[in-house]
Write a protein that binds this ligand. Sequence first.
Ligand code: GLC
Ligand code: CA
Length: 559
Amino acid sequence: MADTQWYKEMAVYQIWPRSFCDGNGDGIGDLWGVLGKLDYIRSLGVDAIWFSPLYPSPNADFGYDISDYMDIHPDYGNLEVFRQVLDGAHERGMRVFMDLVVNHTSDEHRWFLESKKGKDNPYHDYYYWRKGRSVNGKRLPPNNWTSVFEGGAWEYNEGLDEYYLHLFARKQPDLNMDNPKVREEVKKIMRFWLDMGVDGFREDVITFISKTPGLPSSYPPLPVANGMKHFSNRPEVLDYLKEFKRDVLDFYDCFTVGESPLTNADIALRYVTEGPDQVLDEMISFSHMEADCFMTDMIRLPFNLRKMKRAFTDWQMKLEGKAWNALYIENHDHPRIISRYGSERYHDESGKMLAAMYMLQRGTPFIYQGQEIGMTNLRLESVNLYEDVMTRNSARIASKLLPRRHVLRMVQEGCRDSARTPMQWSGEQYAGFSTAVPWFYVNDNYKEINVAAQEEDPDSLLNFYRKLLRFRKDTPVALWGDYREHRPEDKKLYVYERNYRGQKLLVVCSFTDEQVRFEAPEGIHLAEGDCVLSNYDMNFVIANGFTTRPYELRVYQFG
Ligand code: GLC
Ligand code: CA
């Protein structure tokens, strides 16, 4: 855990390695590619890189199914080039965080291969192996839980006549964290990377690592993730995280952020409240990512600004004075934000507005590769062309209920693949990502949306991200100020202020192309402040307010 509070001031850049930059010309992103881009990453003004999994993996879930925790996937390089990246990042003043995926392994991990050899194999108890139930002579899985990715949560093994539990894909068997030997393995993994110089971890679905003893069935049954009350936020999770902290993390000046689907701000506080019982530095929330969908991105709904605002404000207010937020609007698990909460038509305007909207809240901003140039959703012609296991599974289920046209649209707007297209570096062939045919589709718009073009333009989205990150770092009220929302019922504008030691920021964001009259909240006189960030020229004020232009952003600073 971090000794000091450096993590509160930092901004983090997330790399999904397969699609970031190909350095050896095989069409797959890698660490050689990253090495060549360290200056670019630093130029954004970020202080750390989080790598989505770099480890050997059969790629059933693109790296989140790990077959060796202490090595690098040969597609991405080896430990030597990883060390070069680590040193290169450190030399440039950036920290490096690894993804720690210990809720499950790959079914090709040595532990799992051993565990299925027999019930008395020492690794058998590393996983949840259980006998099936027999109902009217029919063999059924041990309980009625369903996985997040692939139907039932149990897979049968004939040789053992037992089932193993997988809360995600079949090729991702859940580790049995209740087994102290498994926890020792996790500690070994942590020490391995920390001793090498890594600065912390993003802990994948960490709130799922313990299950109700006896693994009871769950009623009433839900179509997806049925049983979640038995595998989400169990009290033992806190004990295990405490143990990791006591035995490992406390010996290093490192950072931890937990990933927590199905977790609200009140539950998050159990983990991140500062003080002796804190077990994680930050928690990745999900609720603000559900303003245009129901539970998962795949069940699409019209964008509802009030829903988004409620979620942000809830976390901001509840963590105030107690804990620190992780702020993000994109990562490798969600479609692109301009295509969702912004507007592809007002690409730059909405991209800038969305950036300021979340990064000027209280917390540590995370920026996902390609977000800084406003990459957009990938719309392929057929569902079969998408790669992700979750996309395929959702499409399969949806096809039973919906016409093909609807399923395609759902995938185009809701899939994780949109975040996983090759990074658009330039307008050259393959978007400058690789010299060979890339492993996955490049978005057709790479000629217009790319890093090289935006480097040239002082007003580009990319340069706005740089300006914004610099502003945040140089402005105490942006880092430390209290958060207060205005007009919470407004369906078109998001307005909040931050206050710190006599300084004030007022952030006004329009989420529409319509004109909306904005009037400053009582006690605030726009004429007395400076408009320090905006996405249009000529920011006139009329009668202590203004009429918004499409997706307008204005940030006023006072004091
Ligand atoms: C997390 C990861 C996601 C992965 C899942 C299973 O949600 O962010 O990419 O598929 O866990 O590991
Ligand atoms: Ca490569």
